[in-house]
Write a protein that binds this ligand. Structure first.
Ligand SMILES: *Cc1c(COP(=O)(O)O)cnc(C)c1O
Length: 433
């Protein structure tokens, strides 16, 4: 009997999270995806070596460029997103930084929002300007005109998150995609908090998706990894991206031109940046990530169910000033949540406490089921004080723009029994004097 689930994109999401991109017949029929623990591959004959290095034949030579374990992951995430191709990298920040470098040369600009992961804000606002890549941050991320104002002839992309950090903002993504395309630039989204199960970004016009796979995709807090996925719909030869035109001319005789066009972002990311900057993720790590992804949809269902219950509990609590979770009717993002997140707007929320910094400390020091950690997207519930951790180093004004105050706690709701989570928060809030 032949095994055909590995390349059938009409199968459901949960079936594909288990099977897509892996054909056991190519791997001694091993049912689990093997870890190819080697630094390099035998090249075979002389002509094959040439074909591998000019990219006219797919295959593996040196593990920093590619290896069969990582290829399964790349095909699997591309299938789950409905994209043409993907690249695995060493971390979420490697995925994001390499993506920006693939898009922008010195003198080019990015338009981004303030409500980003702290590391992404630091990359765009502090690190990349030293290399000539500048970011204009929009004044009001909820107003499309604010984005339009920041776009000029040097802009090479708009960069946003599907669920903003840590205020869990939801932007009108379709409108932002249209604006980007009006200017012949791509929309790049960090979909870490949502995952492909909760949000199918390409359906709304997004061109490039970045992930910290460290979070929900892996799901168990055991590894660090990143992913970049490409829709295949953006025309990189539209005149705005000389680096892609050069790349196309270099490879059009070796790679079938239509394939090259559809997978151009990923191919250039691999051939230029993975190869030259070396943010390789080891196949051992990818194995854990693939294990985690096998249960992604099941975990996300439980995460969102718990998050909704926790948010509703916290909203009613007398020590809580406000809860930022788009699943709440009171959230200004509730209608956008219904439009974009029919399965629930993730499981991360932030709350503000009436008792200020002291109350925040008390909660952190009294939780017993929630763990005091900077991570998110673990199967276990986590809680953190953003201003002194994830957003450390940003000034008060930058923090306020991101929705981070002294009295703000961010919660990443896990998959434990709902009542244990509510009881834990109840006793920790009860300890506030
Ligand atoms: C964690 C995170 C990142 C960075 O990912 P690493 O894997 O830690 O490098 C980027 N974006 C978001 C939204 C994150 O939560």
């Amino acid at each position: 009997m032949s095994y055909r689930a590995y390349d059938n994109d009409s199968l459901g999401f949960t079936t594909r999270q288990l099977h897509a991109g892996y054909n056991p017949a190519d791997h001694y029929r091993s049912k689990a995806v093997p870890i190819y623990q080697t630094a390099a591959f035998e090249l075979g004959d002389f002509d094959r070596c040439t074909r591998l290095f000019e990219y006219s034949e797919e295959g593996h030579s040196y593990v920093r460029f590619s290896n069969p374990t990582n290829t399964v992951l790349e095909k699997r995430i591309a299938s789950l997103e409905g994209g043409t191709s993907a690249l695995a990298l060493a971390s979420g920040m490697a995925a994001i930084s390499n993506t920006i470098l693939n898009l922008a040369n010195a003198g080019d600009e990015i338009v981004a929002v303030h409500t980003l992961y702290g590391g992404s804000t630091a990359l765009l606002a502090k690190t990349l300007p030293d290399y000539g890549i500048h970011t204009r941050f929009v004044e009001d991320e909820n107003d499309i005109e604010s984005y339009r104002k920041e776009i000029n002839g040097r802009t090479r992309a708009i960069y946003i998150e599907s669920l903003g950090n840590p205020g869990i903002t939801i932007l009108d993504i379709e409108k932002i995609a249209s604006l980007a395309h009006e200017h012949n630039i791509p929309l790049v989204i960090d979909n870490t908090f949502a995952t492909p199960y909760l949000f199918q970004a390409f359906e709304y016009g997004v061109d490039i998706i970045c992930y910290s796979a460290t979070k929900y995709l892996a799901g168990h807090g055991t590894i660090i990894a990143g992913l970049v996925v490409e829709s295949g719909k953006f025309n990189w030869l539209n005149g705005k991206f000389p680096q892609f035109e050069k790349f196309y001319d270099e490879f059009k005789n070796n790679i079938e031109p239509e394939t090259l066009k559809r997978e151009m972002f990923t191919k250039r990311l691999r051939i230029r940046f993975l190869t030259d900057l070396g943010s390789h993720v080891s196949p051992q790590t990818v194995f854990y990530l693939l294990q985690g992804m096998e249960t992604l949809s099941l975990r996300m269902e439980r995460h969102t169910k718990n998050a909704q219950a926790v948010a509703e509990f916290l909203e009613e609590h007398p020590q809580v000033k406000s809860v930022a979770y788009p699943g709440l009717k009171s959230s200004p993002y509730n209608s956008l949540a219904q439009k974009y997140f029919s399965k629930g707007p993730g499981a991360i929320m932030s709350i503000r406490l009436k008792g200020g910094l002291e109350a925040a400390k008390t909660v952190l020091e009294n939780v017993q089921v929630f763990d005091y950690m900077v991570n998110v997207g673990d199967a276990k519930s986590l809680i953190v004080h953003s201003a002194t951790s994830t957003h450390f180093g940003l000034n008060k004004e930058e923090c306020a723009k991101a929705g981070v105050y002294d009295d703000t706690l961010r919660l990443s709701v896990g998959i434990e029994d709902t009542e244990d989570l509510i009881n834990d928060l109840s006793q920790a809030l009860g300890a506030i004097k």
